[in-house]
Design a protein around this ligand. Structure first.
Ligand SMILES: NC(=O)c1ccc[n+]([C@@H]2O[C@H](COP(=O)([O-])OP(=O)(O)OC[C@H]3O[C@@H](n4cnc5c(N)ncnc54)[C@H](O)[C@@H]3O)[C@@H](O)[C@H]2O)c1
Length: 259
């Protein structure tokens, strides 16, 4: 049984979607939750829904001063920070190389990769002092295997996977573990932001060996394991939670159920 009793966890981008699912599962395991989101009102509403002493720490993860302020706010409200989940992320419009708007490159890299870096840096200052802590980053299958037209997003998520391994190596002597989860396609508001409609969902479901999208809670369960002492010898891992997406490299769809 996973227990995070007495731990304090900060989850970024947690007002909706996967982040809210992660925060809910960590709270159920006993952690006190700090909800970050760039949308302050939505962060406050999410903290109220989660309850159990959850509180909001709004801000933009890509801005260093705001990252430092968020960690300071968690320390003031809860006294310590045991778990950081770098979940905040933005999608990009899937577009051909020659028509890709170059300004999008920086916007996506700033939130997804720089945001993960500056939040980890700010949190590690506190964790190193206590020789204790765990960081879980949200990468993506798109960072591990290419999707044509997903330039900035795929590169940002590949960067998150490498940053995970880099920080795991560097912080292990401080008793800080750093791991990542690489979700497949998950039912969250981001899909609508990318213009994924019902037809596209059906197409994706045919591509997934398990035949369905994942749910935010299923990412939350993997994060809870990586945050807990049950994974005490695991660091630098990038765990796909993808219904088999990365395992299948055949042509067309995986075989339908036969029996
Ligand atoms: N949904 C998927 O299929 C999928 C698949 C793989 C990986 N991911 C990753 O999972 C994470 C969560 O995705 P989601 O689908 O729940 O997205 P979402 O768009 O549904 O939610 C993301 C949340 O992050 C917040 N946010 C955006 N920019 C921020 C910033 N600069 N600072 C703080 N908060 C910010 C948004 O306000 C939003 O509440 C992202 O990193 C995403 O790249 C999602």
């Amino acid at each position: 049984m996973i227990s995070l009793e007495g731990r304090v966890a900060l989850v970024t981008g947690a007002a909706a979607g996967i982040g809210f699912g992660i925060a809910t599962i960590l709270a159920r395991a006993g952690a006190r939750i700090a909800i970050n989101d760039i949308d302050a009102a939505a962060a406050t509403a999410a903290a109220e829904r989660i309850g159990g002493g959850a509180f909001a720490v709004p801000g933009n993860v890509a801005v260093e001063a705001e990252a430092r302020a968020m960690i300071a706010a968690v320390l003031e409200a809860a006294g310590c920070l045991d778990i950081l989940v770098n979940n905040a992320g933005v999608p990009q419009p899937i577009s051909g190389l020659t028509s890709f708007p170059v300004d999008e490159w920086q916007r996506v890299l700033d939130v997804n990769l720089r945001g993960t870096f500056v939040m980890s840096q700010a949190a590690a200052r506190e964790m190193i002092e206590r020789s204790q802590g765990t960081i879980i980053n949200i990468s993506s299958v798109t960072g591990l295997a290419a999707i044509p037209g997903s330039h900035a997003y795929g590169v940002s998520k590949a960067g998150v996977a490498m940053l995970t391994q880099t920080l795991a190596s560097e912080l292990a002597p401080h008793n800080i573990r750093v791991n990542a989860v690489a979700p497949g396609v998950i039912a969250a508001p981001m899909l609508a932001k990318m213009g994924v409609d019902a037809d596209r969902v059906a197409h994706i479901e045919r591509r997934v060996p398990m035949g369905r999208l994942g749910q935010p809670d299923e990412i939350g369960h993997a994060v809870a394991f990586l945050a807990s002492d049950l994974s005490s010898y695991t660091t630098g891992a990038v765990l796909p939670v993808d219904g088999g997406w990365l395992s299948f490299s055949g042509v067309g769809s995986p075989p339908a159920r036969t029996a």
